[in-house]
Design a binder for this molecule. Structure first.
Ligand code: CTP
Length: 404
């Protein structure tokens, strides 16, 4: 099987419920890992009647979650943390009972609780006796889950462990891996070119010193990944970060705001969407020293001159992309300042967040933001930067597809 690049570095939480097909799940975990995914496993009590947590721990390389109220497990990766960690929750096999509990919004074991507490994509691979599958209760539950956006993988048709023949077999492991990979590709931005600026800039003072900021680049990189998943061609223009750029992005490394501007103008000329997440230094040193500056007995005054506003320049350029999105990092009066930036920089939308709040914004894994455009304002409550990125990409896709 050709490797699915979409699964590289993906965090897949495999949930196992109590069906005979549970015996196939160690192989599923192994195959997902072969494709580059980081896999963790949660098992219901029913699942443990068919297969042991130890087996799953061995193949996944991580402790397996089995109970909600386990002090030791909570001290490691607690259930809320696990829910936030996942990019995809894949429940395989999913029993009729599990489907019913999911529909009911129950949180009476670890797996249902994690599903409820997560905004990751959720997919289930039903497996049950054909009569149970055909039962109108199960079929009603199925419709509800579909309406809520849960992906349904299978079930397959064929001979069953109980001797019946019909629909209700869990799909084969390789089919599940294929569908898991495909679930990361929405196609919402297929055919579009997206340029993203990310990370900090560095403004040199002399050959060994510079002015910079705490931007980690996480938000921009997460958007790059989501745009790729949505089928876009992605150019990521990035300042220095500790992050691994997404596999399929074309990465352009820059250091200064002026280099960022050159790259942004060059690449945005052929782009449909421009997204500026970079934390660009507003000033640079007027006179850069070509040799390392020596300490003197006096204080030092550096003259700083303004840097170009990359976002505003791209937005005002003759080759302006169809849709231009800025970010606004504010510490107070967030919405008003953001609206002012939307107008002043001539943007189609701005994503505003309050960087004074602990746990979100600069350097953290989570973010909370407002999306503001001419006609709408959407509050995007606190979630992982990856989940926020997916939502932003959907909003951008919706707007750009309407503008066609
Ligand atoms: N931006 C840019 N070039 C700059 C400064 C900012 O492209 N020289 C972009 C950022 O990438 C972000 C948006 O402009 O998308 C807003 O950045 P922010 O730092 O919040 O705003 P500033 O315009 O710098 O305004 P202020 O510092 O006064 O809040």
């Amino acid at each position: 099987m050709a490797p699915h690049k979409t699964l590289v570095n993906r965090r897949v939480l495999v949930g196992i419920t109590g069906g005979i097909a549970a015996y196939k799940v160690p192989d599923l975990v192994r195959r997902l890992k072969d494709e580059g995914a980081d896999v963790r496993v949660v098992m219901t009590p029913g699942a443990q009647e068919f297969i042991t947590p130890l087996t799953l721990q061995a193949v996944s390389g991580h402790p397996v979650g089995t109970t909600l109220l386990d002090e030791e497990a909570e001290a490691g990766m607690g259930h809320i943390e696990l829910a936030k960690w996942a990019d995809l929750i894949l429940v395989a096999p999913a029993t009729a009972d599990f489907m019913a509990r999911l529909v009911g919004g129950l949180a009476n074991d670890l797996l249902t609780t994690v599903c409820l507490a997560s905004d990751a994509k959720l997919a289930i691979a039903p497996a049950m006796n054909q009569q149970m599958w055909a039962n109108s209760a199960t079929q009603d539950n199925l419709q509800q889950l579909k309406q809520r956006g849960v992906s349904i993988f299978g079930p397959g048709v064929g001979s069953q462990a109980c001797g019946d023949i019909g629909a209700g077999r869990m799909l084969e492991v390789l089919e599940l891996v294929e569908l898991a990979a495909n679930s990361f590709e929405s196609g919402e931005l297929a055919g579009k070119t997206v340029v993203i600026t990310a990370g900090p800039t560095r403004e040199p003072i002399d050959p060994v010193r510079y002015i910079s900021n705490h931007s980690s680049g996480k938000m921009g990189y997460a958007i790059a990944q989501s745009a790729l998943d949505a089928g876009a061609k992605v150019i990521l223009i990035t300042g220095p970060t500790q992050l691994q750029p997404p596999d399929r992005a074309h990465c352009v490394n820059i250091e200064t705001a002026e280099q960022l501007l050159d790259a942004a103008l060059q690449y945005s000329a052929q782009a449909d969407v421009f997204i500026a997440t970079a934390a660009v230094a507003d000033y640079r040193v007027a006179h850069q020293h070509s040799h390392k500056m020596k300490k003197t007995d006096n204080n030092l005054t550096l003259e700083l001159v303004q840097n170009p506003d990359v976002l505003a320049t791209v937005s005002a350029s003759e080759t302006r992309p169809m849709f231009v999105v800025g970010f606004a990092a504010e510490t107070n009066d967030v919405l008003n300042y953001a609206r002012a930036k939307l107008d002043k920089k001539g943007l189609d939308a701005i994503v505003a967040n309050d960087v004074s709040r602990p746990g979100i914004g600069f350097n953290s894994d989570d973010n909370e933001a407002y999306w503001i455009d001419d006609t709408s304002q959407v509050h995007l409550g606190r979630r992982s930067k990856h989940a926020l990125a997916r939502h932003l990409v959907s909003l951008i896709a919706e707007k750009t597809n309407n503008n066609k």
